[in-house]
Structure formats: C-alpha cells, structure tokens
Design a protein around this ligand. Structure first.
Ligand code: ADP
Length: 432
C-alpha cells in the first residue's frame, strides 16, 4: 500500500517554503524568495506531469519515468493498475481459448444465440452438422438458415424441455437432435447431436417387430382354422377336445397379440400426424354400442351419452381403435353383474372429449403412469385370461398422439376408473 500522495507532497512543499523564507529573511527579500521557490516547484511539477503524460501516451514503447516523491508514487500506482489489467486480460483470453478448444473437441454441436435466435457463435461441429459457415452466418437468425418445419414448430412452441429430431436437408439418413437451452440474460444455446445411429437402430427394431408379426399371422390363421374345426368335433375324446379348446383360447390370444403388434407398427411407421378426414364420431360410437349389446357373453350395463353432433378430422380406423380399446377394457375389467360403463362424447371451446367411466376393479395409483407402456399389465393373469394383449392402451396413446390428443386416467382401486381422451379444437368438424 502506498501512502496518499498529499501526505508526502505537503511536507516537501512546506520544507521548500521554509527554506525560501529563511533565505528571504537572510537576504531581505522574503516575498521574492518564496515566489521564486513556489514558481520553481510549480515548474518542476509541470515538467513531471509532462513526463507522465508522455509515458501514458506511449506506454508500449517507453519505460515508466523515474520520478521521485509523490509523482513517483503516482507512477507506481499506475504501473500496478496496468499490470493487474494486463493479467486479467491475459487470463480472459486464456479462458476464451480454453472454451473454444473445449467446444471444438466436443462430439456435439453448440450454437450460441441471442434471445431473438440470432447466431452469435458456433463450434466447428455445429457448423458441419447444420451447414453453417463461420463469420458469414454470424448475425443471421438460426431459423432462416436451418429451414425445417419441425424445428420451426419447436421454436414457436417455446417448450424446450425435450429435443426435436429433424432429418438433415441434404441427406435422407442423417438425423439431428436439436435442443434449445436458456441461459444468462435471455440468451439461448442450441445443442446439436447426430442421432442417426439411434434412429437407424429404432427403425430396425420397428421393422423387425412388424416383419415378425406379419410372418406369424398367416401360419397362425391356418392353425386357428384347424383348431376351431377340431375343437367342436363331437367324435373326439373329451380329453383331446378339452386340450383343443385350450389351444383355441391360447391361439386366439396369440392372434390378438399379433394383430395389435401389427396395428402398433402401422401407427409408428406412418406419418407423425393422422390425416384430416371427417369422421362421424356419434355414428361410430352408436355402432360400437350396438356391437357391445350384441355380444354373446353377458356384460355389465353399458350407457352411451352423445352430447355433441360434431365429428373429428382424423383417421377413422384409428379413432375406432381408440374408442373400442377403451370401451372394451372398461367392460373387461367391470363385473357383469351390477357393473356399469358410461361412454360420453362432448365438445366445448377447448375441443372434443371422449370419456369412458366404469365401476370396475380400478387401478392402484402406482400403476397409472405405466399403463400405456407395451405389455404392461396390472394383473397379468387376469389380463391374459380375458384375452388382453397388453398393447391396447399403447395403441390408444399412439393413435391419440397422431390426432394431437392426450389421454388422462383417473382411477380408485375397488371403485372404478375413468379414461378421458381430449382432442384439440383444430380437429373438430361438422359434416359437410
Ligand atoms: P390389456 O390387453 O391387458 O387390457 P391394455 O394395454 O389395454 O392391455 O391395458 C393395460 C392394463 O391396464 C391392463 O392389463 C389392466 O390391468 C389395466 N386396465 C386398462 N383398462 C382398465 C380398466 N378400465 N379398469 C381397470 N384396469 C384397466
């Protein structure tokens, strides 16, 4: 710590004035002596100020002036501040260089954006993956350079809790996962990852399941045909007949699984959105009610409340699948005696709604989030006995997603369940 400049300057000035006073008293010209001393001091200070200014102007070429006294203290102070600044600048540059090296070495791409989606910086990998050019594309909006409807939707929605996968424009088998991250003061970071391999593996898995199901379907139809004919043959031994009837039950289950797998594969392999074709929901549900009432086996009471004549824009087979799976499940898991299932279709300002409430076995809360997983069954034995494939609700979820809809499940064990499908307003329509 240096002492304050005035603390060393003041005694010096007083000493000069005192000496001048003594010389003045000795010579009889006190005022002149003090005047000369003050003028000399002022001149000297101006000279030192000049040296300081010269050094500050040409700091890079000149060494600091060798000044004593308060001017020396000022020079020392400036040198220290300058050195500190130089150190921080060097450190900053090192940090920036390390950051660039680090982001260049990253296997993922990173694009730094302003709040208005304007590109500020990107690492070489992001440039390669998104086809951005360094310098040239700085200052341009990312959505003007990466032109993709899914990416545009993702940006417009503003929900960045999940990534969006896009197919690279220039290539059919390169898929990129893009995720926006908010940081700092309204700034954004776009993380880009090449997920082509994951997509390929997923496509292979889907193809395998679809192909295997198709391959199983034909031989299974033949087996079911023979078993059906034989199972009711009165000439057969009762033991053999019983065995054949069990075979018939099991092969029917297998057929249900294969059919549902094919349906699921079909939903997964098509476009991500269902077509916009008018479907008369009330008509569809009336037909389903007729089918339920015509079932040969005894079922619980079934009530259908139609509260809207509006229909939906979608794929009829998929909507049929949604409604029939939910109604079928409700009837399956509700006792035939004393049980009741109510299906409702209504519309309001938010869109179309279909619900199925039952007074059946209900579902414990821990199972509810997992019900739409493939082959997830609360009570596997019961589901199998009733011929369930364990895929019904997965199909419902998929088909609903393709219509922009969502599924809500409420249930109390031993009391009953309520499954509600909400369709967006954009899918509502009137005939004609
Ligand atoms: P499943 O073919 O086994 O019925 P789903 O995917 O349709 O398969 O249903 C998954 C599981 O959800 C069923 O095994 C059953 O445990 C439960 N579940 C579905 N609907 C109901 C319902 N209405 N009441 C009680 N449990 C149900």
């Amino acid at each position: 710590m240096t002492t304050a400049v005035w603390k060393s300057a003041l005694p010096r000035l007083l000493t000069v004035i005192l000496i001048a006073l003594l010389v003045g008293l000795a010579t009889g010209y006190a005022a002149v002596a003090i005047g000369v001393a003050l003028a000399g001091t002022l001149g000297l200070n101006y000279y030192r100020l000049h040296l300081l200014e010269q050094w500050l102007r040409h700091r890079r070429q000149l060494d600091p002036p060798d000044l004593s006294g308060p001017w020396g203290d000022v020079v020392a102070l400036i040198v220290r501040i300058y050195q500190r600044k130089k150190y921080h600048k060097k450190r900053m540059l090192e940090v920036v260089r390390e950051f660039r090296e680090l982001t260049s070495a990253l296997p993922d791409g990173i694009v730094v954006l302003t709040g208005d989606r304007v590109i500020q910086w990107f690492n070489p990998r992001a440039g390669r993956m998104l086809g951005l050019r360094r310098k040239v594309d700085f200052g341009h909006r990312i959505d003007n350079l990466v032109r993709n409807p899914d990416f545009q939707n993702y940006l417009d929605k503003g929900d960045y809790s999940y990534p969006v996968v896009i197919r690279k424009l220039t290539s059919t088998d390169v898929h990129l996962s893009l995720q926006m991250v908010d940081y700092g003061k309204g700034q954004k970071l776009l993380a880009v990852r090449d997920v082509s391999r994951e997509i390929l593996v997923e496509a292979m898995r889907k193809d395998f399941v679809a192909n295997a199901s198709h391959e199983l379907r034909s031989p299974l139809t033949v087996i079911v045909g023979y078993v059906d004919t034989l199972a009711d043959d009165p000439l057969l031994d009762s033991d053999v007949r019983l065995a054949l009837q069990e075979m018939r039950r099991q092969s029917a289950r297998m057929q249900a699984v294969v059919d549902d797998l094919i349906e699921l594969s079909r939903l997964e392999s098509g476009a991500s959105e269902a077509p916009y074709v008018f479907v008369d929901v009330a008509g569809l549900l009336s037909l389903m009610k007729r089918d339920v009432l015509a079932r040969p086996q005894r079922t619980c009471e079934f009530i259908y409340e139609e509260e809207s004549e509006e229909g939906l824009l979608g794929a009829e087979s998929e909507l049929h699948s949604i409604f029939s799976n939910l109604i079928g499940n409700a009837i399956k898991y509700t006792p035939a005696i004393g049980g009741r299932v109510i299906a409702r279709w209504w519309t309001d300002a938010t869109g179309g709604h279909f619900s199925v409430s039952d007074s059946g076995v209900g579902i414990a809360p821990e199972h509810i989030p997992r019900l739409t997983e493939r082959f997830y069954r609360v009570d596997p034995g019961r589901s199998r006995d009733s011929g369930g494939s364990g895929l019904g609700l997965s199909i419902v979820k998929h088909a609903l997603q393709r219509h922009g809809g969502t599924l809500h499940i409420e249930s109390t064990e031993g009391v009953g369940s309520r499954f509600q499908c909400d369709f967006p307003e954009s899918r509502l329509a009137r005939r004609g």
